[in-house]
Design a binder for this molecule. Structure first.
Ligand code: ZN
Length: 129
């Protein structure tokens, strides 16, 4: 198959065929690039969802263990009671709001904190609490 630079050296009929082939290839290339891009976005979203679900599962396992051990509702950092509205919004919370924010800051999660005014964005209902 002639490459693009050879198209102008083909007879008119061949030029038309090469042009048509090139158009078809460009359209297919565009479609495939879009498909690959969209598939990567879907995979990123699926990975983010899986990560969130895994973190939530770890949190629930830990909350169940605290319930069995009798420490449920107490902040694992400062040992003060976690306020009821926080536990209602996030039943597996292991820290009070203040300690959670300190923990997030120490993890260097500045982006999330900056966007959420220091609150947890994953649970926006808590931002109002
Ligand atoms: Zn605390």
């Amino acid at each position: 198959m002639p490459n693009v630079t050879q198209i102008t050296t083909l007879p008119p009929q061949g030029q038309y065929r090469a042009f048509t082939l090139k158009q078809g290839l460009l359209e297919r290339q565009h479609e495939l690039r879009n498909d690959v891009h969209n598939r990567r976005l879907e995979e990123d979203q699926a990975q983010a969802l899986l990560r969130t679900q895994s973190e939530t599962l770890v949190g629930i396992d830990a909350a169940l263990a605290r319930l069995d051990a009798g420490g449920y509702g107490l902040c694992v950092a400062c040992e003060r009671e976690i306020v009821t509205r926080r536990l209602l919004a996030l039943p597996f919370a292991e820290r009070c709001q203040a300690c959670e924010e300190k923990a997030k800051e120490s993890q260097g999660d500045a982006h999330q904190l900056a966007d959420g005014g220091g609150r947890l964005l994953r649970f926006p209902e808590m931002a109002k609490a």
